[in-house]
Design a protein around this ligand. Structure first.
Ligand code: SF4
Length: 357
């Protein structure tokens, strides 16, 4: 089954967008141009990028068009990466061991998988690492209890088909333009009915149960499952809040998925035609990786209820961008490696969310 899924992924084709040349961009911006002048409209989207655009189009441009590396450490995201890595390793190991007729991995194995994933995050060397490590143990206990409650292969127990499965969903916008929505599905289980369940792990607070009904992320995964992975429409899609042991599931009809497909094309057209006017708010700016370089950040927003997107503002952000890219100190230090292998890096094996170390 795994091979079938891998083949399905391979057939999907497509290529990620090329990265802008930071030196060319710096020179252009230093001459007074806008960084957006050198950037082609994106033909490559993900749920995260769509969500970022909804939050603030300028933040989207900084992250997905200018490809600026994130400044702030994100301990919660690193914790989530380590958890995803542990669960992925656990279910994969279990499937492979069972195929060889061996006993499934133990709770101690799960702990080791977490340690291994943890070591690949920046948290492993930070001062508050112990706080996060203590938070991990109850979560692993919860996961272990749920996974070991019923024997794998029993009528009541789903069989895990794959983890972190990449998909590429191709959407024609017009006869000459094809865009791609890509992503990774955390886990796909085969249910007793023969249909599949798509599972998205979540760390942190559990959302309301209705979130499984309304989640665009789950709808995109279900659409990919039906239209590109060859697994049919999933029987259910599930948000699995692993720290609380809560699983909220919902179904998706074919008609609903068709509507999602149309909606994705509409969003892609909107983004490709956007001038990335910022939409600052305390919530968006407070979590924005680019607030320090954005002239529209929340502190300025608080002085004015209406913020206009002037070309001067874009240029001001661009000049800061140019400084960042052209500073010899930055090239020797963090910025250089980050461009080659940090935030611009594609997802690496064993690093589920592509977070920086
Ligand atoms: S600081 Fe605020 S306005 Fe600026 S990009 Fe970030 S979210 Fe948007």
């Amino acid at each position: 089954m795994q091979n079938v899924m891998r083949d399905a992924v391979g057939r999907m084709g497509g290529a990620p967008p090329t990265e802008p040349d930071p030196q060319a961009m710096a020179a252009h911006v230093a001459a007074g141009g806008s960084p957006y002048d050198l950037i082609e409209p994106s033909a490559w989207f993900s749920y995260s990028s769509l969500d970022t655009f909804e939050r603030c189009p300028r933040q989207y441009a900084f992250r997905y068009l200018c490809r600026l590396p994130a400044e702030q450490a994100r301990p919660a995201a690193d914790f989530g990466s380590a958890a995803h890595g542990a669960f992925e390793a656990f279910t994969r190991e279990r499937r492979e061991r069972l195929a060889r007729g061996e006993p499934p991995p133990s709770r101690a194995d799960l702990g080791r998988f977490f340690e291994s994933a943890w070591a690949r995050t920046s948290l492993s060397v930070e001062a508050d690492a112990e706080t996060w490590r203590r938070r991990a143990e109850p979560m692993l206990d919860q996961f272990w209890a749920a996974e070991s409650a019923k024997p794998v292969g029993s009528d009541e127990r789903a069989e895990t088909l794959g983890e972190e499965l990449r998909f590429r969903l191709h959407l024609p916008l017009d006869p000459a333009t094809l865009v791609t929505v890509s992503g990774f599905i955390d886990r796909i289980d085969r249910l007793a009915s023969g249909a599949v369940e798509l599972i998205d792990y979540k760390t942190g607070h559990a959302g309301p149960p209705e979130e499984a009904e309304s989640s665009l992320q789950l709808s995109i995964y279900a659409l990919a499952c039906r239209d590109t992975l060859g697994l049919g429409r999933p029987e259910r899609v599930t948000l699995y809040f692993v720290e609380h042991g809560a699983r909220f599931s919902a179904g998706r009809t074919d008609a609903a998925l068709d509507t999602v497909r149309t909606g994705l094309a509409t969003r892609a057209r909107q983004i490709r035609g956007s001038d990335f006017v910022p939409t600052p708010s305390p919530r968006s700016c407070g979590w924005c990786d680019f607030a320090a370089m954005c002239p529209m950040n929340v502190s300025e927003w608080s002085r004015s209820a209406v913020v206009s997107c002037s070309s001067a503002a874009v240029r001001q952000a661009g000049r800061r961008l140019a400084l960042r890219f052209s500073s010899p100190g930055r090239r020797r230090g963090r910025a250089g490696p980050a461009h080659r292998g940090g935030s611009w890096r594609r997802r690496r094996p064993g690093c589920p969310r592509g977070r920086r170390r």
